[in-house]
Design a protein around this ligand. Structure first.
Ligand SMILES: Nc1ncnc2c1ncn2[C@@H]1O[C@H](COP(=O)(O)OP(=O)(O)OP(=O)(O)O)[C@@H](O)[C@H]1O
Length: 248
C-alpha cells in the first residue's frame, strides 16, 4: 500500500458544533480546523466528549447543531475511514474478510493482495483465515487497524486505536500508522501522552462542561518521533501538566 495515493487531504472544518443528550450539553458552538494532511491528536478526561466528537466528524452521530465540512467543498462522509474503540469485527467473517469488508459492502472487487500485505504489516501474516473469536484482543485491534488502512481514505478518524496492545507492538503499530497515514487528515484520540507526542502534528485537549478545545499545541518535526526526541519530551511535560490541571 502506498503511503498516500492522492494529494494531501484537505482541512476538515468543524463549524459551531453543539451536542446535547437530553438536558446535558456535551459541547456547544465548538469550532476548529483540522489541518489537511496532518495528524491532530485529541486528548481529554474520560467522558468529556471526545468519542462523540469523532463520531460526529465520521457522520455516525448527528450534532444538535453545527456541521462538519471539508475545505475542498466535497462531502466528507464517503471519504472517511473510522476506527472505533470497539473493533466492530463481524464474527462470521474471517480476518481477511473483515479487512476487505468495505469493498464487499460497496459491491467492489476486494483486493486480497493488499489485504494480505496489510495483515503482514500488522503482524498477522498467516492468520487470514482465522475468525475473530480465535484472536486475542490485541490481534483483533490490529485487524481493525488493517481494515482502516485498507480503506485508503483521505480522512482517517481513530478512537484509541492502540489501546489493547503491549508497548512494543504499540510502538510498531504507531510507526506503521504514521507511515501509511502520511498526507491524510487524521483525528486520533488517545489517553497516552507519549503516543500523542509521537504521532501528533498538533495536540488538542478537550475539557470542561460543556467541553471546549483548549489552545492547540503544535509539535515540530516529522512523525513518528522517537520517544527521546527533544521536541517530544518538551511537549510531553507541558501536556502532562495541562492534563493534570484539567483532571483536578
Ligand atoms: N448516546 C448517548 N446518549 C446519552 N449520553 C451519551 C451518549 N453517548 C455518549 N453519552 C455521554 O456523553 C458524554 C461523552 O461521552 P464520550 O464517549 O464522547 O466521552 P469520551 O471523552 O470519549 O470518553 P472516554 O475517554 O471514556 O472514551 C458521556 O457523559 C457519555 O455518558
Amino acid at each position: 500500500m502506498p503511503a498516500c495515493s492522492f494529494p494531501p487531504a484537505p482541512d476538515l472544518v468543524l463549524d459551531a458544533l453543539t451536542l446535547r443528550f437530553g438536558a446535558r450539553e456535551i459541547f456547544a458552538g465548538l469550532s476548529a480546523v483540522l489541518p489537511g494532511g496532518r495528524c491532530t491528536v485529541l486528548l481529554g478526561t474520560s467522558g468529556v466528549g471526545k468519542s462523540s466528537l469523532l463520531r460526529i466528524v465520521a457522520g455516525l452521530e448527528q450534532p444538535t447543531a453545527g456541521r462538519v465540512t471539508a475545505a475542498d467543498g466535497a462531502p466528507v462522509r464517503d471519504r472517511v475511514a473510522y476506527m472505533g474503540q470497539r473493533d466492530l469485527l463481524l464474527p462470521w467473517l474471517d480476518v481477511a474478510g473483515n479487512v476487505m469488508l468495505g469493498d464487499r459492502l460497496r459491491g467492489r472487487r476486494p483486493d486480497r493482495g493488499r489485504a494480505g500485505t496489510l495483515l503482514e504489516r500488522v503482524g498477522l501474516a498467516g492468520r487470514e483465515r482465522a475468525l475473530p473469536a480465535q484472536l486475542s484482543g490485541g490481534m483483533r485491534q490490529r485487524v481493525a487497524l488493517a481494515r482502516t488502512l485498507y480503506e485508503n481514505r483521505p480522512f482517517v478518524l481513530m478512537d484509541e486505536p492502540f489501546s489493547a496492545l503491549d508497548s512494543a507492538t504499540r510502538t510498531r503499530m504507531q510507526d506503521l500508522a504514521a507511515e501509511l497515514l502520511r498526507g491524510r487528515t487524521v483525528l486520533l484520540i488517545t489517553h497516552d501522552p507519549l503516543e500523542a507526542c509521537r504521532l501528533g502534528d498538533t495536540l488538542a485537549v478537550l475539557s470542561g462542561h460543556p467541553a471546549r478545545l483548549q489552545e492547540r499545541i503544535p509539535i515540530p518535526g516529522p512523525t513518528p518521533r522517537p520517544p527521546d526526541d527533544p521536541a517530544l519530551l518538551a511537549v510531553q511535560g507541558r501536556l502532562m501538566r495541562q492534563l493534570m490541571t484539567e483532571a483536578a
